[in-house]
Write a protein that binds this ligand. Structure first.
Ligand code: 5CU
Length: 387
C-alpha cells in the first residue's frame, strides 16, 4: 500500500474559549480585555509590562489613545473555525490546543475549580466535534485547594482528547520547586499527563529599563523575559530534585526550553563547582543525574524558536535521539502578520514559516528527522492516533 503522508502536528497552539474571554472582559486589573475608541478589535492586556500603556490609554478620555495597550483580541483567539482555517492554510493536520496564559492563575480559590471544569469540558467537546484533528492540554485550578486540583486532574485524565496539562511557572504561588506541589506533579505523572510548561510572568519591568514600555514594544518581554522565566523555573525544579522525586513526570517545554539548551553546560559546571552543594554531598554524578540526563530522560522541547541555530541547539540538548524529542509548534493566535490591512491574518503567517524553515534547514526537507519534528514525534509521544 502507498505510504501515508506524514502528519504535521502543532503542539503549541492556544485558544481562549468564550467563557474565558467573558471573565477577562469583567476584570479591572490584568489580565483583561478592553475596547478603545478608534480600535477595530478589543485589546487583550496580559503582561505586567503592558500596564503603563494600559494606564495611559485609560486616562486618554474619549480620544483614541496614542498607543493601544496589549494586542488585538482578534477572532482567532476564540473561534474553532479560525483555528481549523489556520491549520488548513499551513498544512497542519493535528493541533493540541491549550488555554493561553495566564490560564486560571488569577482566579479566586472558590471559582477556579468550577471554571477549570467548564473550560476543560469546552475543549473536550470542541475536540470531539473535530475527531482526529484536535486534542488539548487541560488547564488546572492551581489557586484552589489541593483536593480540587487533584479532582481536576482526574477529570482531565478521563476526557478522551486530553493529552496533558498546560502549566505556568508559578505553581501554587511559590514556583515549581515548591514541596507542596509534589503531590500534584505525582498525580499528573500517575495519570500519564505530561506538563506543557509555558511562561507568562517574564522578568520584572525594572530589568528592561525605563524606555521599554514606550519604545521597545513587546520584544524584550517575549523574546527574553519569557524564555528566561522558563529556564529559571526548570533549573529550580532540577536543583530541588523534583525530577528524581517524580521520575515518571514528563514535560514539554515551550520555546525550545528557553535558554536551557544553551545554558545546561553552565548550570552543570556551576553545580560541580559549588562549595555549598558539595558540602551537602549533592554534586557527585552518579548518583546525581546531570542536567543533560534529565533533559534527555524527562523533557521534550517544542520547536518554536524561529531559527536553525536555536533548533539545532534544542535537538542536541535533547540527546542522542534529540530529533525524536523536539516538536513543531506555531504559537497561534499570537504573532500574526503585522500590518497589511483587513484579512491578512487569514493568509499565510510568517511566524509559522520561520519555524518550518528552521526545521527544513536543520534536517533537510523530507528527511526522517524533519518528518519527526514536524509531526511524527508528537503522534507517538502524545498518542495522536486518530480517535
Ligand atoms: O504576545 C504575547 O504576549 C504572547 C503571550 O502572551 N503568550 C504567548 O504564548 N505568546 C505570545
Amino acid at each position: 500500500p502507498p505510504a501515508s503522508k506524514p502528519k504535521v502536528v502543532d503542539v503549541h497552539t492556544h485558544m481562549y474559549p468564550p467563557e474565558y474571554i467573558q471573565i477577562l472582559e469583567s476584570r479591572s486589573t490584568i489580565p483583561l480585555v478592553r475596547s478603545f475608541p478608534g480600535a477595530t478589535d478589543p485589546r487583550l492586556i496580559l503582561l505586567d509590562a503592558e500596564v503603563p500603556a494600559l494606564d495611559a490609554a485609560l486616562s486618554s478620555g474619549p480620544d483614541p489613545p496614542s498607543v493601544l495597550p496589549g494586542r488585538p483580541l482578534t477572532r482567532h483567539f476564540a473561534s474553532v473555525s479560525q483555528k481549523l482555517h489556520f491549520m488548513d492554510t499551513h498544512g497542519i493536520d493535528i493541533s493540541i490546543v491549550s488555554l493561553a496564559n495566564p490560564w486560571l492563575d488569577f482566579l479566586p480559590p472558590a471559582t477556579a475549580g468550577p471554571v477549570a471544569t467548564s473550560i476543560n469540558t469546552s475543549f473536550s467537546t470542541m475536540c470531539a466535534t473535530h475527531p482526529g484533528r484536535l486534542y488539548f492540554f487541560a488547564a488546572l485550578p492551581l489557586t484552589a485547594p489541593r483536593e480540587t486540583i487533584l479532582a481536576a486532574i482526574a477529570h482531565a485524565a478521563a476526557l478522551p482528547h486530553c493529552r496533558g496539562v498546560i502549566l505556568g511557572t508559578s505553581g501554587l504561588g511559590a514556583g515549581l520547586d515548591d514541596p507542596l506541589l509534589l503531590p500534584i506533579l505525582a498525580s499528573l505523572a500517575a495519570a500519564s499527563l505530561p506538563i506543557f510548561l509555558h511562561p507568562h510572568y517574564g522578568l520584572p519591568n525594572a530589568v528592561f529599563g525605563p524606555r521599554a514600555a514606550g519604545e521597545y514594544g513587546h520584544v524584550l518581554s517575549l523574546a527574553i523575559g519569557f524564555p528566561v522565566e522558563t529556564t529559571i523555573a526548570v533549573a529550580r525544579m532540577y536543583l530541588a530534585g523534583v525530577f528524581d522525586a517524580v521520575p515518571a513526570l514528563r514535560m514539554l517545554l515551550a520555546h525550545s526550553g528557553g535558554c536551557l539548551p544553551f545554558l545546561a553546560g553552565r548550570i552543570e559546571s556551576c553545580i560541580i563547582h559549588d562549595g555549598h552543594l558539595a558540602a551537602q554531598g549533592k554534586t557527585a554524578s552518579p548518583p546525581r543525574r546531570t542536567v543533560w540526563e534529565v533533559l534527555r530522560e524527562q523533557v521534550y522541547l517544542d520547536a518554536v524558536i524561529y531559527s536553525e541555530v536555536g533548533l539545532k541547539a534544542a535537538v542536541q540538548a535533547a540527546g542522542e535521539d534529540g530529533a525524536g524529542r523536539v516538536m513543531f509548534g506555531t504559537d497561534h493566535p499570537f504573532f500574526p502578520p503585522v500590518g497589511g490591512g483587513e484579512g491578512k491574518e487569514d493568509g499565510v503567517w510568517e511566524s509559522v514559516g520561520l519555524n518550518s524553515l528552521a526545521v527544513e534547514r536543520a534536517f533537510g526537507a523530507g528527511t526522517s528527522g524533519a518528518k519527526g519534528v514536524m509531526g511524527g514525534n508528537a503522534v507517538e509521544v502524545f498518542r495522536l492516533f486518530g480517535e
